[in-house]
Ligand binder design. Sequence first.
Ligand code: SAM
Length: 393
Amino acid sequence: MTDTQTTFTQLTVPQGSFDLLRYPFRTDEKLRAWDAADEYLLEFLGAKLDAISSSKILIMNDGFGTLSVALNAFTPVNFSDSLVSQISARKNLAANGIDDKQVTFLESTAALAGEFDFVLIKVPKTLALLEDQLSRIQANITEKTQIIAAGMVKNLPKKVWKILEKYLGPTTTSLAKKKARMIFATVDKQQKVPPCPYPVLYQLENTEYQICNHANVFSRDSLDIGTRFLLENLPETSAAKDIVDLGCGNGVVGLLLSERFPEAKIHFVDESFMAIDSAKETFKLYLGQKEAGKLLFEGQHQATYHVSDALDDFDKDSADLIVCNPPFHQQHATADKVAMNMFYQSRKVLKTSGELWVIGNRHLNYKHQLKKLFGNVTVVAANTKFVICKASI
Ligand code: SAM
């Protein structure tokens, strides 16, 4: 997959015309890098802002970088939980000949500095993330800050208004345009803002282990049924030294692999900053329990952490075992390309003797996809909903 295979789509808004694409690239991509809510927001701002203004702008959850590119003249801050979204923004800046220093990229778990004149929020799929973000920006907004949340009407449940009012103040709403809406929130500094409820912990069933979950983490309140099935069917024996928990979320899979194979090093990988922070905390708590029970021996239960798009960070032939419960959504859209890229990269990163274990919903038929890349693919477990495949070169 290279940039040259991709055709860009042009967006024309008051800020200019821009060539944009969705990352990861796909030659047969049917979706654009922006939606009608991005357009609506940019048109609205076009009438309000001019390029020489010194307005400080914070952009939250910019899906593929459209807002960051169009508003680059304001040197905005791009605040996101997704490394892939930020990679997409950088690629789109470069494609339009814009220096990526125009935009400050900040991860969702980092502290923000200074006060903002505008906060532009693309409403995220996980509303817990919206809550977490509104809680984090409290010191960076004043009653003069203009806060605009935008989204497609179908992705704006009533709860969005409730969250905005709870953390900011009164709201008004725009008319719908091309099925998109904007919500304007007025900051009321007299209002008492509740403490952020995240991260949360749950105890992993049938164990003593506490699992840490930041706001944007997959299945953050309890164990997902697919993950449970995977945990019940992890490899029994393995001589693996380097094990990758690919798309680790809160790290629960890697934790049980470390429990089973204490001599192995577990590499936690996820594109979400919050997932990696959660996995780190989950593992820290686990090590603390091992230490307290005098079960932590030198050289055992080691781990590394990577905020990475799939296995971008890993060398060829460097892993013995990769275990993966892949995502089948990218932002609001269903997408199999992320899983496919994970399989493709696993093929490169695995040693010749290595194995990739993948769980998926039965209808996704990962076995078929894996067979295109691996010489041996077998089903190790299946139930009415899920199938776990083992693939080797
Ligand atoms: N392993 C965890 C479990 O079973 O509970 C989480 C599985 S969840 C279905 C998929 C995970 O993949 C999410 O944590 C998501 O953030 C991560 N993910 C999505 N796209 C990714 C990418 N391009 N690279 C790495 N991780 C990604």
